[in-house]
Ligand binder design. Structure first.
Ligand SMILES: NC(=O)c1ccc[n+]([C@@H]2O[C@H](COP(=O)([O-])OP(=O)(O)OC[C@H]3O[C@@H](n4cnc5c(N)ncnc54)[C@H](O)[C@@H]3O)[C@@H](O)[C@H]2O)c1
Length: 338
């Protein structure tokens, strides 16, 4: 690691990705500052040995204060709720777009060396799979639109101010510390939390949607070199495997085998704007980040199950308001069926 990097800011540090990343950076002896407004995540995710601030990234004055002497920013804070974003666009856009613009503005004003932004595979929309980084983004919902817009602002301001940028594009990540009482996202954790409470898994549509999941450690080992690896400046890189594509029905079966549940899945209406097949190419990550899958899907789900078992199952927490409630809104959310 470069000697010149003394202080790193991680946003969304109470969340799944941000907490693992901050923990690892701190173990590598970096001084880490973290921020989170606690809309998501868990308090016990926050690594003990970091400097933590509880406020909203949209607050530019507060951002400016903690940005002092920061060399590199990893911007992970978001409400990563793709399906919900067509029903709660204000809350989702605020946390994904406005918070990003605030973090980037503060980082650029403070002349950091590099900003690493966690975007999302949602940026590709419903294009031909596997998604490659050279495709023109075609976002199809407010979550994806806010990510693509944030990418645009990042590139624009960094180019103008001569600041390095990297855009990480994770897929669906699984593992310990993921919020498993979130009714709006994280399919594996939702299924496990329900099955462990002797409740049948719920599946939107026919369950033939194809996805690819990455285990958290395999994602973190891609984010770490983004800190200072020279050839990553100005790169957009997919993070996650391009093997073990599974349907949601198959995910449900794996979760059943691991939890010992024999309850049949309940199929619900399709969610509007849900992409049928979403899988990325990992060629660029292999080439630039030496990407390898070290934890396969079954093992990753097992580790997630063990985490929930240790912490205990939880009732689902409907913590984001539904802003547009009509006949398209899933009843699972309006009637709080989970
Ligand atoms: N987990 C995945 O499968 C996945 C896939 C693709 C992309 N991503 C991206 O990776 C990043 C991290 O995702 P995650 O799964 O760790 O999510 P997460 O919900 O576990 O963590 C995000 C954290 O950000 C915080 N936050 C949200 N809005 C904030 C704001 N305005 N100010 C301060 N803090 C705020 C939340 O409280 C939460 O703790 C996100 O940008 C997400 O879009 C995640």
């Amino acid at each position: 690691m470069s000697e010149s990097i003394k202080k790193i800011l991680v946003t969304g540090v109470a969340g799944f990705l941000g907490s693992h990343l901050a923990e690892k950076l701190s173990a590598l002896k970096h001084k880490v500052v973290g921020v989170d407004n606690m809309i998501g995540g868990y308090k016990d995710n926050i690594p003990k040995n970091i400097e933590f601030y509880n406020f909203d990234c949209c607050d530019l004055n507060k951002m400016n204060k903690i940005m002092k002497d920061v060399d590199v920013v990893y911007h992970c804070a978001a409400t990563a709720h793709e399906g919900l974003s067509v029903f709660s666009p204000v809350e989702i856009t605020k946390n994904n777009y406005m918070a990003s613009v605030s973090v980037f503005t503060s980082a650029i004003a403070s002349k950091v060396k590099r900003i690493i932004f966690c975007s999302s595979m949602a940026r590709y929309g419903d294009q031909q799979t596997p998604f490659t980084e050279d495709m023109i983004p075609k976002p199809i919902d407010p979550y994806a639109i806010s990510k693509v817009a944030a990418e645009g602002v990042l590139i624009n301001l960094c180019e103008l101010n001569n600041i390095e940028w990297v855009i990480a594009v994770p897929h669906n990540i699984i593992g310990p510390r993921q919020k498993y009482d979130d009714p709006f996202r994280n399919v594996v954790s939702i299924m496990l939390n329900r099955m462990m409470q002797q409740k049948a898994p719920l599946i939107y549509g026919d369950g033939k949607q194809k996805r690819c999941f990455s285990y958290i450690d395999d994602c973190i080992s891609c984010l770490l070199p983004m800190l200072d690896q020279k050839n990553l400046h100005k790169q957009i890189i997919n993070i996650g495997p391009d093997e073990e594509f599974v349907t949601i029905n198959e995910v449900s079966e794996i979760c059943s085998n691991i939890t010992g549940s024999n309850l049949k899945p309940i199929h619900k209406k399709d969610r509007p704007r849900e992409v049928k097949h979403a899988t990325c190419s990992a060629d660029k990550a292999r080439k630039l980040l030496n990407y390898k899958t070290t934890v396969d899907l079954k093992k990753g789900i097992t580790k997630t199950y063990e985490y929930i078992k240790k912490r205990g199952t939880k009732p689902f927490d409907y913590y984001i308001n539904i802003e547009i409630e009509n006949e398209l809104t899933p009843e699972v959310w309006t009637k709080r069926e989970l």
